[in-house]
Design a protein around this ligand. Structure first.
Ligand code: PMP
Length: 321
């Protein structure tokens, strides 16, 4: 779909996957004016194609648009377009266990202009690709490095938007983490380097003394759709859950006094990823003996059960295409 100043969004079309032709001065190349989403389509045993809360992705896309000065999309039209695209060829959606069709909607600023201002023209594109497990470890616990030097996002920045710049700023720390054998980076706040934000591509949860805690949304954390869903599942199951500020000191103290029971990340690609070890400075903190915790397993089973149509969906999250 194209956007032209004065004309709005127009010319929705489905075309074969192919390279784009863009002017070398297209503003996206120079000023990073771009937003994206990540979602999945699943195939159920009954042969249905499902999406998981897709309206939330398009609402978040528009929230990101607002932050990046990109004109809003018609969310209903975007969802309709996505459904048609997914239905085009069912063979794109793999059926093996835990596989899905990853969907990447994105918007780029295409106006050829050198100068920092919002572009007058954009393209909205959806690409898709079959995927399996996100981590080589599968649903086995991953090791995460707490980042002390670099910062992903700060209050007032673009951390809450799903925009390329946030990921560009995280590359260096991610590279250093993987060189040390860690799957991802755990980001702290940019001001005091003390409060927990999120992981490279997941929101994070801790279970301390029976209560599940996740950092409250503060403007610099991505409002994950899986995060929101898992908070609702925990409430539904009667497991105490809190959204609040939580410091790395509190985590280390809980580890030391034996009350840090579990940790896991949540995300569309990562699903529920148990965290088996946190490294902070020179110390390695092993969580739950490096095993999958009960709550992580429960949430994994509930989330994938709803997505793959294996269990009831009391929340109305499963959308059949
Ligand atoms: N945080 C970041 C930085 C992410 O890239 C993602 C993946 N979109 C998430 C959290 C999880 O968000 P969601 O559950 O909507 O996939």
């Amino acid at each position: 779909v194209d956007y032209t100043e004065g004309q709005g969004w127009h010319d929705a079309r489905i075309i074969p996957y192919q390279p784009l032709t863009l002017d070398p001065s297209a503003m996206v190349f120079h000023y990073g004016q771009t937003v994206f989403e990540g979602m999945k389509a699943y195939k159920t045993a009954a042969g249905d194609i499902t999406l998981f809360r897709p309206e939330r992705n398009f609402a978040r896309l528009n929230a990101s648009n607002a932050r990046l000065c990109i004109p809003a999309m018609d969310e209903a039209l975007a969802l309709q377009a996505l459904k048609e695209l997914v239905k085009l060829d069912e063979s794109w959606i793999p059926t093996a266990e835990n596989t899905s069709l990853y969907i990447r909607p994105f918007i780029i600023a295409t106006e050829p202009y050198l100068g920092v201002s919002p572009s007058k023209n954009y393209q909205f594109i959806i690409i898709m690709s079959p995927v399996g497990s996100y981590y080589a470890e599968g649903i086995n616990p991953v090791k995460i490095l707490v980042e002390k030097q670099y910062v992903r996002a700060v209050a007032g920045g673009t951390g809450e938007a799903k925009t390329g710049g946030n990921y560009a700023s995280s590359l260096k720390a991610q590279e250093l983490a993987s060189q040390q054998g860690y799957a991802q980076t755990l980001w702290l706040d940019g001001r005091e380097n003390e409060y927990i934000e999120e992981v490279g591509s997941m929101n994070i949860f801790f279970k301390i003394n029976g209560t599940v805690i996740t950092p409250a949304l503060n403007g610099s954390i991505l409002p994950g759709i899986t995060r929101d869903s898992m908070i609702q599942v925990l409430q539904h199951k009667g497991i105490p859950v809190e959204e609040r500020r939580i410091s790395i000191t509190e985590i280390i103290e809980a580890h030391q006094n034996g009350t840090l029971e579990e940790s896991f990340g949540t995300g569309t690609a990562a699903v529920i990823s148990p965290i088996g070890e946190l490294k902070f400075g020179d110390h390695q903190y092993v969580i739950n003996n490096g095993q999958i915790g009960e709550v992580s397993q429960l949430l994994y089973d509930t989330l994938t059960g709803i997505q793959y149509g294996k269990i009831d969906d009391p929340f109305g999250w499963r959308v059949i295409v």
